[in-house]
Design a protein around this ligand. Structure first.
Ligand code: PHE
Length: 452
């Protein structure tokens, strides 16, 4: 597959693996391995997990189908999709997607930069420390510094840029086809190791035993935000990717597979992190720094730790790249297809903006830590704004649009794969898109601002 073939037409993903590998490549990333454990840890463990899984099923998968329908059915970016399907002003939602993609890539690249630093430290043997306090200190010292985090953010974005100007398929599709399964295997090994730690049971109970009294409005909002973030949903990313699906890609199956694999990786990350948190006497509530303190301690406890950790950080950099590439595609494809800007220039503009905002996010752990927006640092504000607000609103609009506004025959034809397959669950999907997803998202919002 090449996004623009020689005649300038849109080409298609040719294999089933290509479809799944790219959507999973977008979905699986730091959201699963860095963000999920820290959000679960800060929001009551099991209570968060329960809400998260529920939201994946009742909102995530239906909205993912909606984005797939819009993308494959119109062969357009999110703007074009809204415009082709309705004369109304729905396409304005596309701008929100662009804002979300830019705020996400800015803070995401900072974390990816931290991973790069940890990869280098791992290879050079600097991650061998004796106590969890040392791991905590080491990370704090690094992340609050003014140079290293910024430089790594820029290096990561430069890598992202290089891959983007070469076109999406060549590098990434091939790479993720081979390397994502390897990352998965590695996670399974770490999982087994964590399960054998002495206080593993406590960690598992923390993650899987929901304390219903902990389900607060904040927990609901965070779990919903995490579901959207982890599935790359609500900003048109999956719409853009689905515009390259071929006619016989089964959308329902692709959505369930993508969501299933993504959720599985998040759960694996949780099973790796929490038994270790309890066994090493750390706090689950450390926030964004959690995995940078826990994971090195886990690797240290493994025989041949340096090899495991180097391989892991390397694969995580790749997993992050497949995600940032999908984020970048949103604004790049918009600039190319809607503003008729050359792909190279569009990629350059996208990277330049991300570099400026990304540097600010990186510095918000150091010199800019007292510069706050609504009481949050720039990094936290970008994360909160995109995950908890923009993505759910974008998802809600897509659900309402596909459920109520788009032509019914079009939606049905897409979802039943042009009548090639049986539409058994189709009525359920429509019900979710019309009622469950929009009402559910609205309720979580109203609840979080104290109205319900
Ligand atoms: N889903 C990605 C992850 O879990 C992050 C992402 C969000 C990618 C939004 C694209 C769009 O890491």
């Amino acid at each position: 597959m090449n996004k623009n073939n020689n005649n300038g037409q849109r080409a298609l993903f040719t294999t089933k693996i290509g479809v799944i590998a790219t959507t999973v490549g977008s979905a699986v990333g730091l959201g699963n391995i860095w963000r999920f454990p820290y959000e679960a840890g800060s929001n009551g463990g099991g209570a968060f997990m329960l809400c998260y899984i529920l939201f994946i099923f009742i909102i995530g998968i239906p909205v993912l189908c909606a984005e797939f329908i819009m993308g494959r059915g119109t062969r357009s970016n999110i703007f074009g999709a809204y415009r082709k399907l309705s004369a109304g002003k729905w396409y304005i939602a596309g701008f929100m997607g662009i804002v979300a993609s830019i705020t996400i890539i800015s803070f995401y690249s900072v974390v990816a930069g931290w991973i790069c630093e940890y990869f280098v430290r791992s290879v050079s043997g600097e991650l061998n420390m004796a106590t969890s306090v040392e791991y905590h200190k080491a990370f704090e010292e690094f992340s609050t510094g003014n140079w290293h985090p910024v430089i790594w953010t820029l290096v990561f974005l430069a890598l992202n840029f290089l891959i983007l100007i070469r076109g999406v398929t060549k590098g990434i599709e091939r790479m993720s086809n081979i390397l994502m399964p390897l990352l998965f295997l590695l996670l399974v090994v770490f999982c087994i190791n964590s399960l054998s730690l002495d206080r593993a049971a406590e960690g598992l109970a923390f993650l899987f035993h929901p304390d219903f009294s902990k389900i607060t409005p904040q927990v609901l909002l965070s779990a919903m935000g995490q579901a959207f973030f982890s599935l790359s949903l609500g900003l048109g990313c999956m719409t853009t990717y689905a515009s390259y699906f071929s006619r016989d890609t089964r959308l329902g199956r692709a959505a369930v597979t993508t969501a299933g694999l993504d959720t599985l990786v998040a759960i694996l990350a949780g099973v790796i992190v929490f038994p270790a948190v309890f066994s090493f006497g750390m706090s689950p509530q450390a926030g964004p720094t959690l995995v940078f303190e826990v994971l090195p301690a886990i690797f240290h406890s493994l025989p041949g730790g340096v090899v495991w950790s180097s391989l892991f950080f390397f694969l995580l950099i790749l997993a992050s790249l497949t995600s940032t590439i999908s984020m970048s595609e949103i604004s790049i494809v918009f600039m190319v297809e809607e503003l008729k800007i050359k792909r190279r220039t569009a990629t350059f503009v996208n990277t330049a903006i991300a570099m400026i905002l990304g540097s600010l996010c990186a510095l918000s752990f150091g010199v800019l830590d007292n510069m706050t927006i609504f009481g949050m640092t720039i990094f936290n504000f970008f994360d909160y704004l995109s995950s908890n607000i923009l993505l759910p609103i974008g998802g809600m609009i897509a659900a309402i649009f596909v459920g109520w506004v788009a032509d019914k025959r079009f939606v049905k034809a897409q979802m039943t794969d042009n009548a090639d397959s049986t539409p058994r669950l189709f009525p359920l999907l429509v019900f979710c898109l019309r009622f469950i997803a929009p009402v559910g998202i609205a309720l979580v919002f109203l609840n979080s601002i104290g109205i319900i």
